[in-house]
Design a protein around this ligand. Structure first.
Ligand code: PMP
Ligand code: GLN
Length: 394
């Protein structure tokens, strides 16, 4: 038999699926894969149900239903003062995952260099490689995850096509500052490069941190493709509705990628998300406030257990440093052990590196009900009290 695609053959099953399966096997509380354990807003769900009944269930337009494209453009103006054309500057996709691939397909020619920042979300690297892009990796250093400016400057070359920027950042909860974004923007202009901006956690930032799209900086509107996710913004991760905003010239090419990937996205979900994006400011502020309280519950609880917690300004996640625990294994072994023995699942941060990762950081999701977080902390406490359980799971 002929060999299958060698890059996909080498790609393992995503760590989120691996840890969720392990959590189910052990009846563990799943603080691994990032999804809320409560439903999103009832009115949006009702709108999606109603929209199934009104005879608009055939193929929606390629770039998205007009209601959603208009709502995405209006949200860009309302939250960031961005001027996006609803007819030419928005592409609706089946989740941000598709959006990332579509944007990369639109920009990369084989041999182009793509700057990626570790720790990095797990779809970036395989997709860049599949497209023939050459990944150039730089690395943020814990505990503060500051941008290494000299390394970033050195990563640019005449072959640089784009930088992929994730802010707020998964897994470390970093929100890039105005100063850091200004530095990045300067390099993009100097090297005539693009940015694909994965901003799925745009509304999940914790004051005083504030999300600033790179696209809002001078000279950036023509160079950036900005990606949002209804899954994150409306706590409906299974819906897989994403949206790309950008200059018309780039979005026209992104639309060609989208037409070859999925062509379109379920119309009822698009129309419900359009309503969601028109919710009052209080909805978006409330979402962030609720999550911040959950972050504090988990951070305080983990710290009390002797697990140092790194600062998190946005996203669903916080990371802890396990090196002081004396655990006889790496982050993956730790996550396997707590899933099997404490019955609390988490994600090893080493999964967010291409090679040679740090092995002492573990990511916990806090987008869970307060009682669930409390139970998870109680289970971890009981496990840590029992010294004999501090052994790697087989
Ligand atoms: N980017 C990041 C950084 C993420 O954490 C996720 C996780 N869901 C995605 C993209 C994918 O978003 P979606 O579920 O809308 O495809
Ligand atoms: N983004 C989610 C996380 O980081 C996972 C999404 C997925 O499982 N594909 O946990």
């Amino acid at each position: 038999m002929q060999p299958v695609n060698h890059l996909l053959a080498q790609t393992g099953t995503t760590i989120f699926t691996v840890m969720s399966a392990l959590a189910v096997r052990h009846g563990a509380i799943n603080l691994g894969q990032g999804f809320p354990d409560t439903e999103g807003p009832a009115d949006i769900i009702q709108a999606a149900a109603d929209a199934l009944q009104d005879n608009r269930n055939q193929y929606p337009p390629l770039t998205g239903v007009p209601e959603l494209r208009q709502a995405v453009a209006a949200a860009n103006a309302r939250f960031y003062g961005l001027n996006i054309d609803p007819d030419g500057g928005v592409v609706v996709t089946s989740g941000a995952t598709e959006a990332i691939t579509a944007c990369l397909m639109a920009l990369i020619n084989p041999g182009d260099e793509v700057i990626l920042i570790e720790p990095l979300y797990d779809t970036y690297l395989p997709v860049v490689k599949m497209l023939g892009g050459v990944p150039v990796l730089i690395r943020l250093a814990p505990p503060d995850w500051a941008l290494p400016r000299a390394a970033l400057t050195a990563a640019f070359s005449p072959r640089t096509k784009l930088l992929l920027l994730n802010s707020p950042m998964n897994p470390c909860g970093k929100v890039f500052t105005a100063d850091e974004l200004g530095f990045i923007a300067g390099l993009l202009v100097r090297h005539d490069a693009y940015a694909v901006c994965d901003e799925v956690y745009e509304h999940l930032t914790f004051a005083p941190a504030r999300h600033i799209p790179l696209m809002t900086l001078p000279g950036m509107a023509e160079r950036c493709l900005r990606i949002g996710s209804a899954g994150k913004t409306f706590s409906l991760t299974g819906w897989k509705v994403g949206y790309i905003s950008g200059p018309n010239a780039l979005c026209a090419v992104v639309a060609k990628a989208h037409q070859n990937l999925t062509f379109t996205t379920a119309p009822n979900l698009q129309r419900a998300v359009a309503l969601g994006l028109q919710k009052p400011d209080a909805y978006f502020a409330g979402l962030a406030d609720e999550l911040r309280a959950k972050r504090d519950i988990l951070a305080t609880g983990l710290a009390a257990l002797g697990l140092p917690v790194l600062p998190t300004d946005g996203s669903y996640f916080l990371t802890t440093d396990i090196s002081a625990l004396g655990f006889p294994g790496d982050d993956l072994a730790f996550c396997q052990s707590i899933t099997a023995q404490a019955r609390v699942a988490a994600i090893p941060v080493s999964a967010f590196y291409a090679a040679d990762p740090p092995k002492n950081f573990v990511r916990f999701a806090f987008c869970k009900q307060d009682a669930v977080l409390a139970e998870a902390l109680a289970r971890l406490n009981a496990w840590m009290q029992s010294a004999k359980t501090l052994t790697a799971a087989v």
